[in-house]
Design a protein around this ligand. Structure first.
Ligand code: AMP
Length: 401
């Protein structure tokens, strides 16, 4: 079912959202984009006069020695207060997600009103995907809607198991989830021809599965960031003190040879900005990426690499970007990532479909004020990577459309 096909008036709707927002030590929300991203679905449910029960996780709460959770750090109470400023409806908060008190609040909930339940991860059954727990959550509502794309790769009770307790006429995706899944699937349906993937960031080990699956789908893979140095070292280059995963050298070589046999072009940086230390103010020099002084570390790609990568990107019809080209958080080493962002924007202006997924590349685009200039920015880094790796997600399959 589509959300727009459901009869929602006066129905109790359990809406799984991803309100896993960053907070500072005083419990102040430092970035509310995940709350903003859920607003279209919440607003629609208000307009449709549903009784809205929001369920979410926040962080990874662990019990202390006394067997208690740090409620201050992991409570969704501050999120409820923030949400009430963003919606035209009253927002109630329950300091549990199950139990008699919750049931009583729900029984008195008015059409169009919102109840935010406390962090669902205060129950270990959530992450275990526990059936009994999921059934209790399901009993709170008549309809289940999943809009938590950022958690759609987790086989948890409120993202997956709970859906089993609703038939197809009583469950659907929210608008965010639908847009994310459609964009990811659109990317996967593009022809291999002129499909360029740009992969950067710190570690090869985090991106092995992604790189492997991309070999089947793309014509070119551009590799930047620290992870490029493992590949450069594998090919006999001298990378100095750059971040390298020595135990992944063999793997890097096997990925390179697999790429060769599949006819996939791999582009690695040819030059680098090499610094004395991991510091924005460190002295640095431009050098050959395979010939870095033993006392220096590569923190960004150089001009030649930027030109080489930009030429490949600008020829593309389909682009997937995950991970920065250098330490973009340091102004002196942000130029490589900025140049790639500009190339992706130019390709998009020329008609390419560009999808940017993964926390840091999204943060880099936002920092450069270019977030609106690509085709799609994913709000769920890990989920989008898994969608691209496997072609589907457990949380998507659970809804079944
Ligand atoms: P990831 O989470 O794997 O996408 O990695 C992102 C992080 O990689 C960012 O914080 C970057 O600062 C870091 N990074 C990118 N390039 C380098 C580099 N050459 N040396 C060290 N860290 C880097």
């Amino acid at each position: 079912m589509q959300i727009t096909e459901l009869s929602l008036a006066n129905q109790r709707v359990l809406l799984r959202v991803d309100f896993n927002v960053p907070m500072d030590e005083d419990g102040f929300i430092t970035d509310d984009s995940r709350i903003q991203a859920a607003l279209p679905t919440i607003t629609y449910l208000i307009e449709q006069q549903a009784k809205i029960i929001l369920v979410s996780h926040l962080g990874r709460p662990k019990k202390d020695k006394m067997g208690k959770f740090d409620k201050l750090k992991f409570s969704l109470g501050a999120v409820a207060a923030h949400l009430s400023e963003l919606v035209a409806s009253s927002v109630l908060f329950a300091d549990d997600c199950l139990g008699a008190e919750v049931e009583e609040i729900i029984s008195e909930l008015q059409a169009g009103e919102i109840l935010l339940l406390e962090n669902v991860r205060f129950y270990p059954e959530e992450e275990a995907g526990d059936k009994v727990f999921a059934e209790k959550l399901a009993q709170l509502a008549d309809i289940y809607i999943n809009d938590a794309f950022g958690a759609a790769h987790r086989e948890h009770a409120s993202t997956c198991t709970v859906a089993d307790f609703f038939d197809n006429q009583h469950k659907a995706f929210g608008f965010l989830m639908k847009k994310e899944v459609e964009s990811g699937k659109k990317l996967l349906q593009q022809p291999k021809n002129q499909f360029v993937a740009i992969i950067g960031g710190a570690k090869v080990s985090d991106k092995i599965l992604l790189l492997r699956s991309l070999l089947e789908k793309v014509e070119t893979i551009v590799i930047g960031g620290a992870m490029a140095f493992t590949f450069i070292k594998a090919q006999g280059g001298n990378v100095g003190k750059s971040l390298v995963e020595d135990d992944k050298i063999e793997l890097a070589l096997s990925l390179l040879s697999e790429a060769k046999s599949l006819g996939v072009r791999i582009l690695l940086p040819v030059d680098a900005l090499a610094a004395d230390s991991f510091d924005n103010d460190s002295p640095f020099e431009l050098c050959d990426s395979a010939n870095i002084n033993n006392e220096r570390m590569g923190l960004d790609i150089g001009q030649q690499s930027q030109d080489l990568f930009a030429a490949a990107i600008e020829d593309a019809k389909t682009i997937f970007w995950n991970g920065p080209m250098g330490v973009f958080e340091f102004e002196n080493f942000a130029q490589g990532t900025a140049a790639i962002a500009e190339a992706v924007v130019r390709a998009t202006q020329n008609g390419a479909f560009s999808l940017v997924g993964g926390g840091d590349s999204v943060a880099a685009l936002q920092q450069m004020g270019k977030a609106d200039e690509v085709s799609f920015i994913s709000t769920g880094g890990g989920a989008m990577l898994e969608l691209i790796e496997n072609g589907n997600l457990v949380g998507v399959a659970a809804i079944g459309n």
